[in-house]
Design a protein around this ligand. Structure first.
Ligand SMILES: N[C@@H](CCC(=O)N[C@@H](CS)C(=O)NCC(=O)O)C(=O)O
Length: 199
């Protein structure tokens, strides 16, 4: 039985899971969630994820929440050493960027997009200033590195790319960050790449 993703097409967090699955070649059963109607806040989805968020990933009896955790699972189960190495240094170097996806990027360009595109009530000026900070750090890093964590693409890149590339929908375009834009293009050029609306 194929693994199952409870999905929203416009969600960058769900997209991370679709993207890595496509790159690794893992077939997914996609279950679209009626997000506007709040299906994620009611049973059966709220039983699968009491945090009442998507993505939710099911593989047999296992139900997982959180896009970063799902990327870790897919990488280790189906991706061998390629996308998430097991050696302590490599694992930690990738993890550093998974934390950036969950913190700086979630509270930066993701929040700015939630405000502008979906009408969420939040401090958009703060989200834009957090975006500027993390994108400047990424620009500095990617000016001399091809990929975020290692000398090859890893789930660090898959976790971080979507909300960086979607930033323009929240008033955070990449024009001031040419090295970041070039990295987004490198991710887009990976064999098996799939896009989403606005990427
Ligand atoms: N840390 C979680 C965050 C998931 C998340 O915030 N998902 C959004 C959709 S992209 C959601 O379900 N929000 C619930 C809501 O706004 O009601 C992850 O990385 O998957």
């Amino acid at each position: 039985m194929a693994a199952r993703l409870y999905d929203l097409e416009l969600s960058g967090n769900c997209y991370k899971v679709r993207l890595l699955s496509a790159l690794v070649g893992v077939p997914l059963e996609i279950i679209p969630v009626d997000f506007l109607a709040g299906a994620h806040k009611q049973p059966p989805l709220s039983d699968l994820n009491p945090f009442r968020e998507i993505p939710i990933f099911e593989d047999g009896a296992l139900a997982l929440r959180d896009s970063q955790a799902i990327l870790i699972y897919i990488a280790r189960k189906w991706g061998g050493e390629d996308w998430l190495p097991a050696d302590p240094a490599g694992l930690a170097q990738v993890s550093q960027w998974l934390m950036v996806a969950e913190n700086e990027l979630a509270r930066g360009p993701n929040d700015a997009r939630l405000h502008d595109k979906f009408g969420y009530t939040l401090d958009v000026a703060l989200a834009r200033s957090k975006s500027a900070r993390i994108l400047a750090l990424m620009e500095q890093h990617l000016a001399h590195e091809k990929w975020l964590a290692l000398a090859r693409p890893t789930i660090a890149d898959i976790a971080c790319m979507p909300y960086v590339a979607l930033g323009h929908e929240g008033g955070v375009p990449l024009d001031p960050y040419p090295a970041v834009a070039a990295w987004v293009d490198r991710v887009k050029a990976l064999p098996g790449f799939v896009g989403m609306p606005a990427i």
